[in-house]
Design a protein around this ligand. Structure first.
Ligand SMILES: *Cc1c(COP(=O)(O)O)cnc(C)c1O
Length: 472
């Protein structure tokens, strides 16, 4: 594409995106296409000859857009959000335009040094220990994998790196039964074996029970196993429960176990001092992860991973192929801070976001989201037929319709599944469900960047309208 063409097409795309943002509420939040609909419209073979951009863009509109679920729609209240913002989007334009691969310092010093600086900003703004060293990864799943690999090397005295896994005594690892599945998956991939992964029961508040954790550790020690890593979750994926970090940290210290803290979603809220009590004990953590790409207005992907012992991390992940041997030793070389060699220049969007909003702007938006969730909670909670299976935690609501005359759990499950289907089919909202202590619940997280009172009142009205059909 010639430069002139680029200018013209880029203007078209920016116009498209600006219109899209302005009219996003006209789209059904959740794509309603059927499996195979989209693939069926795409030819089986790639074109022999290059095509006009105008044709490609027309097909983007006709084929791709109907198959898009609109994550930036304020009615997107499902799962956890991946919210974005204009400054973040502008940075992504620039990142793509520069096309940089920030593998090492030499391949773009600014990418490395900006990453160092924004991770310091983020660490300090969230009240994390000053000894933490930060690196941006793609996802929390990857960040947790890094923590597990570091823990494995530390516990084995680096014999896994030198000799492989054979011969090491069985390592065990621990997380809450409410922890994100990525911990279990990562531990399995790191060679722990399913039989050495302990999922500790959570209490009524969806927090891991430290006395049961302690018992599990003692039993493993008695069975000649080696407790290696505990993951504490701050903000579980179901009901946003918070594990008791201080008590878990004390156990880690006593038994020399790696403490990894997963705050993938709720970590953004630690920009607010009023939520930092959950962080008590963080001084003793070995690693910590949270995702600015969930709730901090920074486009996917951007996962902030912090580790206390940088030298240990480097000892686990550094390698020096011949073509990298002449790199400087006196600078940060982020290729040695994780698995991949190639790295996107992700620091730029975080920088744009932090500068455009400022700390106060970010805090204000987070507090607004939490207030909106309280508004929705108060509205639904005042009706006896909405049963809350978990207290409101920050901005995560877990509840179900429970009409008085229905006692069968299976019936309640099916009513609430139907409610979700009905809400989502309406196109104005997208909500999801989960199971808490065996009971199926509707789960709502109003955390889109532009969500406001109109949207939380609207979902409440819609839920009431649907409920009326079930309780009469
Ligand atoms: C979302 C989430 C994850 C996984 O995040 P990815 O970045 O998608 O890998 C891990 N832990 C918790 C608590 C989460 O909420």
């Amino acid at each position: 594409m010639q430069n002139n063409d680029f200018r013209q097409q880029a203007h078209r795309i920016i116009d498209f995106l600006a219109d899209y943002a302005a009219q996003i509420e006209k789209y059904p939040v959740m794509s309603l296409v059927q499996p195979g609909d989209i693939k069926g419209m795409i030819p089986e073979q790639m074109p022999e000859q290059g095509e006009d951009f105008a044709n490609i863009f027309a097909d983007f509109n006709n084929i791709i857009m109907p198959g898009i679920t609109h994550w930036q729609h304020p009615g997107f209240m499902a799962l956890f959000p991946s919210n974005g913002s204009v400054p973040s989007l502008l940075a992504e334009f620039l990142t793509a335009g520069l096309g940089v691969n920030a593998m090492v310092w030499e391949t773009s010093p600014a990418a490395t040094e900006l990453e160092e600086r924004v991770m310091e900003w983020l660490r300090d703004a969230c009240g994390l220990p000053a000894e933490f060293h930060g690196v941006i990864q793609d996802t929390a799943s990857t960040s947790t994998m890094l923590a597990i690999l570091c823990a494995r090397e530390r516990a084995s005295g680096f014999t896994v790196r030198a000799k492989g896994c054979s011969g090491i005594m069985p390592f065990t690892c621990y997380c809450s039964e409410e922890a994100h599945y990525s911990f279990e998956k990562d531990a399995r991939l790191a060679g722990f074996g399913d039989e050495n992964i302990r999922k500790i029961p959570a209490g009524a508040d969806y927090a891991m029970q430290p006395d049961i954790l302690e018992r599990a550790i003692r039993e493993d020690l008695a069975a000649n196993k080696k407790p290696c890593i505990i993951e504490a979750t701050l903000g579980t994926t179901g009901a946003l429960g918070f594990d008791p970090l201080e008590e878990i940290a004390a156990l880690c210290a006593r038994h020399n176990i790696w403490l990894h803290v997963d705050a993938a979603y709720a970590g953004s809220a630690f920009l607010l001092p009023e939520y930092r009590h959950w962080l008590r004990g963080i001084e003793q953590a070995d690693s910590y992860v949270f995702n600015p790409h969930k709730w901090l207005f920074t486009h996917f992907d951007c996962s902030a991973f912090f580790v206390r012992d940088r030298d240990l991390l480097l000892r686990v992940f550094s390698s020096d192929p011949e073509y990298m041997k002449r790199n400087r030793q006196d600078v940060v070389q982020y290729k040695d801070w994780g698995i991949a060699l190639g790295r996107r220049f992700r620091a730029l969007k975080l920088w744009f976001v932090m500068r455009s909003f400022g700390l106060e702007g970010l805090q204000e938006r987070l507090r607004t989201h939490i207030r909106l969730a309280e508004r929705l909670y108060n509205r639904l909670h005042s009706k006896l037929y909405w049963e809350f299976l978990a207290p409101l935690s920050m901005n995560v609501l877990c509840f179900r319709l429970h009409p008085e005359h229905i006692t069968e759990e299976a019936t309640l499950d099916s009513i609430n599944t139907k409610i979700i289907t009905e809400v989502n089919a309406g196109g104005k909202y997208f909500v999801s469900g989960t199971r808490l202590k065996g009971k199926f619940v509707i789960r709502i997280v109003p955390a889109q960047t532009q969500v406001n009172e109109k949207h939380v009142d609207g979902i409440a009205d819609l839920l009431e309208e649907i409920a009326a059909g079930h309780i009469k």
